[in-house]
Design a protein around this ligand. Sequence first.
Ligand code: APR
Length: 320
Amino acid sequence: MARKKIALIGSGMIGGTLAHLIGLKELGDVILFDISEGLPQGKGLDIAQSSAVEGFDAAFQGVNDYAGIEGADVCIVTAGVPRKPGMSRDDLLGINLKVMEQVGAGIKKYAPKAFVICITNPLDAMVWALQKFSGMPKSHVVGMAGVLDSARFRYFLSEEFNVSIEDISAMTLGGHGDDMVPMVRYSTVGGIPLPDLIKMGWTSQEKLDAIVERTRKGGGEIVGLLKTGSAYYAPAASAVAMAESYLKDKKRVLPCAAYLSGQYGLKDMYVGVPVVIGAGGVERVIELDFNKDEKAMFEKSVGAVKSLCEACEGIAPQLK
Ligand code: APR
């Protein structure tokens, strides 16, 4: 059986890390696409040479023409600009919306059957625009945010409890902004929900609140440290988990920005919810029963996503 073809639209910091991880995991052959000439070719060659040492079999090709992504099984989109200190994800909207229009046209023409994972920020609005610009099936266009936000939450919890990260399960829903909703009630350590761990004296409400707040601002913390760009190792790992679930039909339950057509009382928008990803793309949207506080937080986050989509419609009226 021929290897799968994975196209990376954008070969910057996340794109390069994606290519490396995909090679190490032998998920398929990689096409690196970028508008910058030489960048995808150089990264592709560098990673291909590392395969001799690591011992993985995968081909890497850098291209500057969308024709190179023809027939891709998966496309992972990071094209656009990242944040600099002082910028919010929303500040990227105008520039990255134009990029999504080009990317949508390129994928529609050359890889219309692909499973598309968008990472470009502001995420929930960009994946919504990318689906509209590309006209691809909604089950096959999804945004990466919840896996990353939950990974940050899990990491902070593992530090707090001094237990293996493997035994921590956490869920962060809503939009990929500072109003995101870390779901304390549905997050567990070895199956024990966080509220029970407070009762057991493992942590305090104050400490947990601080972890939730740090999770919400987790991306900004890294932007502040790096100064010249935003996070790339954890975002790339998160998107690879989603791609792997699709390619191997693992049917993992992952929080992703998925298209809603009535679930959670919302229509025609993308927002972070738990979904099942398998060979059919987003095969199922899981509808949780929120309590009053969770509902209020989710609605606030949804409101922020809606205003971003409206701003997109103001710039590109064809999105209406
Ligand atoms: N088409 C294709 N590639 C483009 C385009 C375009 N129209 N415009 C920019 N690019 C490329 C750039 O040349 C660059 O190589 O996108 C790449 C982006 O890479 P980085 O600047 O290194 O950004 P990165 O850290 O990878 O983040 C990409 O993901 O998390 C989000 O907020 C982040 O929106 C940003 C995106």
